[in-house]
Design a protein around this ligand. Sequence first.
Ligand SMILES: NC(=O)c1ccc[n+]([C@@H]2O[C@H](COP(=O)([O-])OP(=O)(O)OC[C@H]3O[C@@H](n4cnc5c(N)ncnc54)[C@H](OP(=O)(O)O)[C@@H]3O)[C@@H](O)[C@H]2O)c1
Length: 315
Amino acid sequence: MEKYTANTLRYENGMQYNRCGQSGILLPKVSLGFWHNFGSVDPYERSREITRYAFDHGITHFDLANNYGPPYGSAEETLGRLMEDDFRPYRDELFISTKAGYDMWLGPYGNWGSRKYLMASLNQSLRRMHLDYVDLFYSHRYDPETPIEETLQALVDIVRSGKALYVGISRWPLEATRKAFQYLRRRDVPCLIYQGKLNMLNREPLEEGILDLCRESGVGFISFSPLAQGLLTDRYLNGIPEDSRMSRGKFLRPDMLTDELQEQLRELNAKAQAQGETLAEMALRWILQHEGVTSVLVGASSTTQLQKNLRCVST
Ligand SMILES: NC(=O)c1ccc[n+]([C@@H]2O[C@H](COP(=O)([O-])OP(=O)(O)OC[C@H]3O[C@@H](n4cnc5c(N)ncnc54)[C@H](OP(=O)(O)O)[C@@H]3O)[C@@H](O)[C@H]2O)c1
């Protein structure tokens, strides 16, 4: 691929930015996730094309985790390679996050929420990504066995060490989230953002009060899997395409596509068409209209998908 020079019009391409809670950070309404399509099993040149396209269109936020790949760690290695090949000159224009909380390495210290795991994992992530610091480090899930203070103090100390500029939490239950926001604020390391699954098929963060709590606490909210892993697009309206995530069957299984769900998707698609938009656009816009939502964190297996999804902000 030819040498990369970012599009000089990247901030005039239609992207809009939302303030993340009560912080100094603005995030693009659409952010890019590296969970799928950026592992060493995926073609590097395609990953490179998608990220170039993203940055050229104002997507300044890339979201990773220690175990994204496959194999685990390899999405961060891809990001490291992208930094060397394309993005080093633009480091200060990028907002890069990673996480720890799920199984990463063998033995008692490679999972959940201990100080030992979070600290060691972030060190490994920085090495893989060829970064001195991340902009945002998350506890990827709540650990009911580890004292909440241990996990949260590790987050505080990570910020104080300079290895992350901000911290966030993902998938924590409501009461633990409330405690986390208080604990972190009292130590002058306020939680920047909560990452949760909110989409037209999964409204838990609304129903359980997480989004309200974020809004009241001045904490941002970013929605992961906003297209329900592709269900809320035209991908599965007529069966299961061979090159789709569902055909690979690990995280989105064919048995999830019941007749009832397919009917619901067709109805939503008809509604979107009647409004003159695609199902994906409608689904993303639906999330972004909620007060307190900072960004939607999409995945994409091609530049064309990302291009289509960006229409939710540019039209
Ligand atoms: N905190 C957590 O625990 C957690 C959990 C999950 C995800 N996340 C974050 O959220 C990010 C996004 O998750 P996700 O990948 O599940 O998001 P998603 O946007 O709901 O789904 C992305 C997938 O949908 C399909 N797709 C996207 N746009 C399309 C379009 N316009 N037309 C047709 N198909 C389209 C593609 O799948 P095909 O492969 O079928 O083309 C794509 O890989 C992750 O990368 C990660 O950063 C976080």
